[in-house]
Design a protein around this ligand. Structure first.
Ligand code: TXA
Ligand code: MG
Length: 325
């Protein structure tokens, strides 16, 4: 397994070829790094589950290079989904739609829907285009972390996390730090109105202002799907995460820059604003594990805009592990 920086055209061609041959290629997106496989190759997709240690009924997002390819994977696309796609793709948004026959059970976890995303990141887009030029239809890519752990936002984090599980022929492409830092907003587009299954940097406010109507949040309606975070192990480092807790000497501390570091604590991040907060959060949690901090005390941002998604991840990271929510 190789980590490849300076991803030139020949390297991108080689990565696309590796995917076509059934290998795994981890690549950067603007949200987090993904662990990619040919979304029509059952064996390759099975390796994603193996490498991640993820239950096989947990569906994957299929990445495509452009909205033009959406019809290959999805049918019965409602008008509001087209509007969302035209506005926010390429970008940090995933749409859940009724599947076509190309989206097999090994991608959808047996559901009749498929999750699709067109990422914005230049390297991701180039790999997708090259893969499609070789006859590929889409790249399945979950976040490139072990199941339940913190998503990686750098190639180094992918390597640290997966080095023992990847094989010869697999690749990790380096494309710098993910700009956004938290996973895409997932929107279920199978109902009369859109339902946000996972909040992200495409915020509720942005969606509602585009569509001119209220959207549902997953816990406000009854959808029987497996979304990330249905287990509390999601987004959790080994360290215990406490929100607005009592501070003890030796605790890690994460808060906006304007909040001073409490005496005796170890500052892990000082984001300047909420966007910065999202970008550095996962690397700060990883840093805590790297230096052996037992408890990380976090002052979350306000629950508005992207702050809503940050709070969503922080709450999951802070819950007792191994219990179902
Ligand atoms: O930002 C992201 O979305 C990143 C980058 C790599 O694109 N990917 C990512 O994938 O976060 P993953 O697998 O870690 O989380 C995607 C989640 C899955 O856990 C699954 O629960 C949900 O998307 N999902 C996939 N297909 C679905 C479907 N048909 N219906 C409902 N949820 C679905
Ligand atoms: Mg994930």
């Amino acid at each position: 397994m190789a980590v490849i920086s300076n991803c030139t055209e020949p390297i991108i061609k080689d990565a696309a070829l590796a995917l076509k041959e059934g290998h795994l290629v981890a690549f950067p997106t603007e949200t987090v790094y993904g662990l990619g496989a040919d979304a029509t190759n059952e064996k390759a997709v099975a390796r994603i589950y193996e490498v991640k240690g993820r239950p096989t009924d947990h569906p994957l997002i299929v990445h495509i290079s452009s909205i033009e390819l959406l019809d290959k994977w999805a049918s019965e696309i409602p008008e509001y989904a087209i509007k969302l796609a035209r506005q926010f793709w390429p970008g940090p948004m995933t749409l859940v739609l009724p599947r076509t026959s190309i989206a097999k059970n090994f991608i959808t976890g047996g559901q009749d829907t498929v999750a699709i995303r067109v990422p914005f990141h230049t390297l991701a887009n180039k790999v997708l285009k090259e893969f499609e030029s070789l006859g590929g239809c889409g790249i399945a890519a979950p976040s490139a972390n072990r199941f339940g752990k913190v998503s990686p936002t750098t190639s180094q984090a992918v390597e640290d996390e997966l080095v023992d599980f990847l094989s010869d022929g697999d690749q990790i492409l380096d494309g710098g730090q993910s700009q956004i830092g938290i996973e895409s907003t997932i929107i279920d587009c199978t109902g009369e109105i859109p339902a946000v299954l996972r909040p992200g940097s495409i915020t509720l406010e942005m969606i509602e202002s585009l569509l001119g109507e209220k959207v549902c949040l997953q816990n406000q309606i009854n959808i029987n799907v497996k979304v990330p975070g249905s287990f509390n192990t999601h987004y959790a480092p080994n360290a215990h995460v406490v929100l607005n807790g009592v501070l003890r000497p030796g605790d890690g501390f994460i808060a906006l820059e304007e909040i001073p570091t409490p005496k005796g604590t170890i500052r892990l991040a000082s984001p300047k604003n909420d966007y910065d907060y999202a970008q550095v959060l996962y690397s700060a949690l990883r840093l805590a594990d790297k230096i052996g901090i037992k408890t990380v005390n976090v002052i979350p941002p306000m629950e508005q805009g992207i702050g809503f998604a940050i709070n969503n991840r922080l709450i999951k990271a802070s819950k007792e592990k191994y219990t179902k929510s």
